[in-house]
Every structure is written in C-alpha cells, then in structure tokens.
Design a protein around this ligand. Structure first.
Ligand SMILES: Nc1ncnc2c1ncn2[C@@H]1O[C@H](COP(=O)(O)OP(=O)(O)OP(=O)(O)O)[C@@H](O)[C@H]1O
Ligand SMILES: [Mg+2]
Length: 248
C-alpha cells in the first residue's frame, strides 16, 4: 500500500443543524502513523467533524478523501468497511454482553459450511479475542466477563483491541479519557501509542489539552465551528495552545 501523503483529508467542510452552524469551512487531515489531538471547548464542533468522517452524517458541503480517493459515506458501515473505527465513551460497547461478544459484535465468526443456518464459532472467537486482548496488555479475568463489570479504561482497551484485531487504519476516540482516573487515563494514552506502533493512525478528541499533549503528533483546535489552530507538536507549546483556547 502506498503510504505517501495523507490518510485523511477533509476539505472545506460545512455543517448546519437548523440555524446553528456546527462547522464552517473546516480543513482537517490525518497522516499515516499520526496521532492527531482534536481540541476545543463544548460545542466547538469536534464530534460533528468526526461523525462526518465516520459516516454518521453527510457534510452539507465539502469533500472527504480517505487513502487519496474521494469518499461519499452513506452510513457508519461504509466508513468502517474502509478501516475507520470510531470509539465513543459510552456507546462503544454493549454492557450486558461479554467482552468476547463485544469484540465480534456484528462481525461474528461462524463455523464454515453449516448449510443455511450459520452457527457462531465460540471457541474460535474465544481464542481470537484472547489474542486481540493480548495486543493491548489488558489483563482481564476472562473474555466472558461482562463489559458491565469493566472500568472505563478497560472498556477503552477492549474497543482498541477490537480496532487492532480488525486491522483498522484509523481509530477515532471521542473523549476517551472523560470520567477516567489519572491512572486509567494514562493507560488509554498507552493504548493510543500502541496503535501508532502498529501503524494505525488516530484522532484523539478532548477538551483537555493536558490529556492530548503528551501523545499527539499534531494538535488541531476548533472554536465555534472553525479551525483556529493546526500545529505539529514540535512547532508549538502548551502555552501557545492554551492562549488560543481561551480566546472568546
Ligand atoms: N444532532 C444535532 N442537532 C442539532 N444541533 C447539533 C447536533 N449535533 C451538534 N449540534 C450543535 O452543533 C454544535 C457543535 O456540536 P458538537 O457536538 O460537534 O460539539 P463538540 O465540540 O463535540 O462539543 P462537546 O465537547 O460538548 O462534546 C453545537 O452547537 C451543538 O449544539
Ligand atoms: Mg463532542
């Protein structure tokens, strides 16, 4: 695969909700092997931007390129089939199902050639989910544990293991460190670094600069639906971004 240039390019994206302009002419990109921190206060347009990238909503205008081809997603499935995996803090998992079932949800492994009825291959999923979880150094009691019983950080870990297992190319994490303890947040940052080590790019959304700064290669700041900053980390500082973020 040709990994020159950009993995994602969103050009001149506009999105309105009724009379509210959620995004105004936003240009946003993600490189290969890049961790992009997407920052901005409540209502800045962060979730709207990544929902457009993950096929949730179409933009009102603008273009999306993924792996250098223009894409017109009609559903989240379209984006996922291309390797764009989105992890939401709450909705990422089905709490009353096991870790194993959550890893394979909607992509269950079936026994080959069982006629019309397809049976799920539980032993194979068990085996494979253990392998997937080993990839993120997540020590769980068993893949049969209910997601309900996991901490917020562990849930993020399972979602990331799932993204690695299915060989996603881009993982989008919307506020993954919200409501997590310092220790659990640190673990999530480690998962994000591990994604990068495996050649998977990510977008890490947060309103907290201090969560994003340690891992991000590039930092993009949105405010009131417009992009007001886009820096490689080596070209900026915590001070500069803080000043940008406190502008009215
Ligand atoms: N489905 C929707 N219907 C109507 N308005 C919406 C919808 N989604 C977002 N908006 C509005 O668009 C703007 C941007 O919202 P968005 O959720 O993208 O912000 P955000 O940066 O993710 O904020 P937060 O940090 O609170 O998650 C806000 O004014 C919001 O009220
Ligand atoms: Mg949001």
């Amino acid at each position: 695969m040709n990994r020159n240039g950009l993995l994602v390019e969103m050009k001149n994206i506009n999105k309105w909700f009724g009379g509210v302009c959620a995004l105004k002419d936003v240009n946003f990109s993600v490189g290969y092997d890049e961790i992009v921190g997407l920052l901005g206060y409540n209502g800045a347009g962060k979730s709207t931007l990544i929902k457009i990238l993950s096929g949730f909503y179409p933009p009102d205008s603008g273009a999306i390129y993924f792996e250098k081809k223009e894409r017109h997603f009609t559903s989240p499935r379209d984006a996922r089939d291309l390797g764009i995996e989105t992890i939401y803090q709450e909705a990422a998992m089905i709490p009353k199902m096991s870790v194993l079932r959550n890893i394979f949800v909607a992509r269950e492994l079936c026994k080959a050639d069982m006629g019309v009825v397809r049976y799920m291959d539980i032993p194979r999923m068990e085996n494979e989910s253990t392998k997937a979880l080993d990839g993120v150094d997540l020590r769980l009691r068993s893949p049969h544990a209910l997601v309900d019983e996991l901490s917020g950080g562990q849930r993020q870990g399972v979602a990331i293991a799932r993204a690695m297992y299915f060989k996603s190319k881009l993982v989008i994490l919307d506020e993954p460190t919200n409501n997590l303890s310092v220790k659990e947040s640190a673990k999530v940052l480690q998962f994000i670094r591990e994604l990068k080590n495996q050649g998977i790019s990510s977008i890490f959304i947060s309103h907290n600069l201090y969560h994003v700064y340690p891992v991000a290669d590039r930092i993009v700041v949105l405010s009131h639906g417009s992009k007001i900053g886009d820096f490689k980390k080596e070209d900026t500082s915590i001070d500069e971004i803080t000043k940008l973020m406190i502008l009215p």
